[in-house]
Design a protein around this ligand. Structure first.
Ligand code: PNS
Length: 161
């Protein structure tokens, strides 16, 4: 990916939502390539295992060559340095996101001085979506239309069967 403008989009993506998809689409207007980096073994208990989370993300991007789906373990900065990328993107939905994102950015820069992050704001109608809200709705078999794609909804309903 030499000479290409590449950005990494790290996260747990449990599951990937239409809000996440909106951010990747926005990033692709500014960058040649987005690497979606799925954290494999986070501290928190996740609903979907890494393979399921990857299957979900693939369903959003099909054969889009501008998007790579990858996994990482351990520190994000180690993964970034291995990939020779110093830039990540994250979503900024509301003020409550700010504190965590600010702390995470400064921590990452403390570990890797070249580290940079940009924050993208999703479409207003998607800005209330979070993976945790999606999991909760799926658990009680609620309507997931407008929050995730059909493939993701099917995987989530199956999980709670
Ligand atoms: O989707 P999330 O859960 O908000 O994503 C958080 C993520 C995966 C980006 C963050 O937890 C992370 O980078 N974890 C890897 C461990 C690490 O590098 N920690 C130090 C920086 S906070």
């Amino acid at each position: 990916m030499k000479n290409k403008k590449v950005i990494v989009y790290p996260g747990s993506f449990d599951p990937f939502t239409l809000g996440h998809k909106d951010l990747v689409d926005r990033a692709l207007k500014m960058f040649d390539h987005v690497i979606i980096a799925v954290l494999k073994n986070p501290q928190k208990d996740l609903l979907l295992d890494p393979e399921e989370r990857i299957k979900v993300i693939k369903s959003y991007f099909q054969d889009n060559e501008a998007v790579t789906i990858d996994t990482f373990e351990g520190l994000l900065v180690d993964y970034l340095q291995e990939k020779e990328v110093n830039l990540i993107m994250r979503g900024m939905r509301m003020l409550s996101d700010f504190e965590y994102e600010f702390q995470m950015s400064l921590t990452n820069r403390n570990l890797y001085s070249d580290f940079e992050a940009i924050y993208l704001v999703p479409a207003m109608e998607l800005s209330f979506i979070s993976s945790s809200i999606v999991r909760e709705i799926a658990k009680f078999k609620g309507e997931l239309k407008g929050l995730v794609n059909k493939e993701t909804a099917a995987i989530l309903y199956e999980k709670f069967k």
